[in-house]
Ligand binder design. Structure first.
Ligand code: PRX
Length: 645
């Protein structure tokens, strides 16, 4: 069965693309008719990119959880909404039907209410990939609390900064999380994050690993106890109910922090209706989801991909979403293929870095694995190199499954540029065509639209988007000006993505990577300024400069040039201390891959670090470093080149 807004042919793609570009309000109002509204909207779209002000479906009233759960109950109560595969393959799989999901989400909404959490309050969620994380996210949405999920790899300091920025009052966490062989003590990290915090009133702890935890009287409560109390409150005569809060279309749904080119992560804000419609529409169309398909997105819910394509998009579409607690290499590098075989997965959505990593373990992990259930493959998070693309196509899809290369960002809510599985043509390494509703434009440094093709027939420049789609970010939490400056002020009247792109004569886009000081490490965004700030926290460090360099598995690695003046001694120990400092300040994901000690950094006379030169050196370039005559001290360049690690 297909969805009313499902694109079924190339001709329809072109027709829908045209319709959405010419009359976005009419086009999206038609799509919005397929959702459950308590009250329909007054105006489908109102916008300007100067403030920016973007409103979709203003005046409409809804609750996203009624769309993700309640409306499916009449026909699909017993259908699995979430299939949960544990870290340890020996442990029991949990299958959460839509009826069960409804009950648990209502229960958790009641827990929040019992603990004085109200509409608009900010709730921080720091959990492993357990079904309870889904209940927590959706429970917040049910009462209208704004969730801010923080990836389990972030440090106490990162959490503390985010709690402060969001002025969060409630935390949901676990005692610990399993990741392969390791147990991550999440509650202990939260305890550290709360030192000095003034806003958080309660911390609820779900028991997953039975890691010993300190429970502070009056502040810390157990998930299991609270859920038991709530169960009696929400269930009367066998009927489960917790009335969902009525939300305005433009009320905030969640905050998700992401790195930019400054030192401080930004709280990207998405709102209820536009985000719901965008994630559902893109989910159905890019994967060509059909009822009954089992969808496996390998992302963590701590990132936008998990929000949009494990939870909200699939659930609003009434899909079955497979949620995996573990890592691709535990107990061995065949784990994804085991999961696909075991659960008869139809759609696999993963990151190129995971594919490159699994490729490196050799093809023996594929032996004996039945992957014939697969119909569609997808990638996200970074450009995919052709070698990985062909490996995916040959070994996983057996040349029978379309591969979609989905380009998007935390800020875009859902995918903007991709081929649609089996409908629009794929081109390895290319994200290809924009979704209906997305109007990309390539501009030069000054913001002028690039119209002249280069010698290869390509338009080349910075990627911007001319008009809003329903899933675009609305603001950055607590600081609208920051949103304007970051995304809408670089070039007038367009949304600036921060990415560079090529466009071919057929209108296909290839994303070439960030053009700002943002790194993409294993598909995760990390700002160079953030890493530098963390390195500079080390007592012996005078100054540092961080750039990316090509890394076989991670896509990009972190290369740090460090001026060190602390107590000397073994260089490797110093490197470890610096890495440890970064892990404490940001999290292990931001640890530099390479640290080079230098006497000076290449700076202009005005004191600006010339990263262009450092980037070239980190990439292994020794000759063509470009013009270095404007440097304050050109001699440092030779020294840095000689000391490359
Ligand atoms: O540089 C682009 C890259 O990831 C950035 C967005 O990162 P984040 O907000 O963490 O979201 C990642 C998951 C949506 C983009 O600015 N990126 C994402 N997808 C692709 C990509 N680069 C190339 N091809 C992609 N398919």
């Amino acid at each position: 069965m297909s969805y009313p807004f499902q694109i079924n042919s190339l001709a329809q793609y072109h027709a829908d693309y045209k319709a959405a570009a010419e009359n976005p309000d009419v086009f999206w109002a038609n799509v919005a008719e397929n959702f459950y509204w308590r009250k329909k909207w007054d105006k489908a779209l109102d916008w300007n990119f100067t403030e920016p002000k973007i409103e979709w479906f203003a005046g409409g009233k809804l609750n996203i959880t009624e769309n993700c759960i309640d409306r499916h109950l009449a026909t699909m109560a017993d259908k699995p909404a979430i299939i949960w595969e544990p870290n340890n393959p020996e442990e029991r799989v949990r299958t959460v039907t839509y009826a069960r999901l409804h009950k648990r989400v209502c229960q958790f909404a009641q827990v929040l209410k019992n603990n004085a959490v109200k509409k608009g309050d900010r709730v921080c969620i720091y959990m492993g990939m357990v079904p309870e994380l889904a209940y927590a996210v959706l429970g917040c949405a049910r009462i209208g609390a704004i969730h801010s999920v923080i990836f389990g790899g972030f440090s106490a300091q990162s959490i503390a900064d985010r709690l402060e920025d969001a002025q969060a009052t409630f935390i949901v966490t676990c005692d610990g999380a399993y990741r392969g062989e390791k147990v991550i003590p999440l509650k202990a990290v939260i305890d550290d994050a709360l030192i000095g915090n003034k806003t958080v009133k309660k911390v609820i702890v779900y028991t997953r690993t039975r890691t010993p935890v300190s429970m502070i009287k009056g502040r810390d409560i157990w998930w299991e106890d609270e859920m038991d109390i709530a169960e009696d409150q929400i269930e009367k005569n066998g009927v489960v109910s917790f009335k969902a809060e009525e939300m305005d279309a433009e009320d905030p749904l969640f905050i998700l922090y992401t790195s930019g080119s400054t030192g401080k992560p930004k709280g990207v804000v998405h709102t209820c209706a536009g985000y719901m419609i965008w994630t559902t529409y893109t989910f159905v169309n890019m994967f060509q989801y059909n009822q009954g398909d089992i969808h496996f997105c390998t992302a963590d819910i701590g990132w936008i991909t998990g929000h949009s394509y494990i939870l909200y998009g699939p659930l609003a579409a009434g899909a079955t979403s497979l949620m995996f607690e573990g890592i691709p290499t535990f107990p061995n590098a065949g784990r994804f293929w085991d999961i696909i075989d075991k659960h008869q997965v139809n759609i696999l959505y993963t990151a190129p870095t995971a594919l490159r990593s699994l490729m490196s373990f050799g093809d023996e992990h594929l032996l004996g694995k039945n992957l014939t259930s697969l119909k569609t493959l997808g990638t996200v998070g970074e450009p995919i190199n052709e070698e990985a693309w062909h490996w995916y196509d040959d070994n996983i899809g057996k040349n029978k499954c379309p591969i979609i290369d989905t380009w998007w960002q935390t800020e875009t809510g859902g995918c903007l540029i991709t081929n649609l599985a089996g409908i629009t043509p794929a081109k390895p390494g290319w994200a290809t065509l924009p979704m209906p509703g997305v109007q990309p434009v390539i501009v030069d440094e000054k913001g002028n639209e690039v119209t002249e093709a280069d010698e290869h027939g390509m338009l080349k420049g910075n990627l911007c988007i001319k008009a809003p789609w329903p899933g675009i970010l609305r603001t950055t939490y607590g600081d609208h000006e920051r949103c304007r400056v970051n995304y809408f002020a670089t070039y007038p009247n367009v949304y600036f993505t921060g990415d560079g792109a090529l466009k071919d004569a057929e209108g296909n886009y290839r994303i070439t990577g960030r053009v700002d000081d943002v790194l993409n490490i294993s598909g995760h965004r990390i700002g160079t300024a953030e890493v530098e700030n963390a390195i500079n926290m080390h007592s012996g460090v005078v100054e540092s400069a961080v750039v990316g360099y090509p890394h076989d598995i991670k896509g990009q690695g972190i290369y740090a040039f460090v001026i060190y003046n602390g107590h000397h001694g073994d260089e490797n120990l110093r490197r470890q201390d610096i890495s440890q400092t970064v892990a404490k300040i940001i999290g292990a994901i931001a640890k530099p891959d390479k640290i080079q000690f230098v006497k000076g950094l290449p700076k202009t006379r005005s004191g600006k670090i010339m990263r262009r030169i450092l980037r070239k050196i980190a990439e292994g370039e020794t000759e063509n470093l470009g013009d270095i005559t404007t440097l304050l001290d050109p001699d440092v360049v030779a020294e840095i080149k000689d000391g490359k690690v």
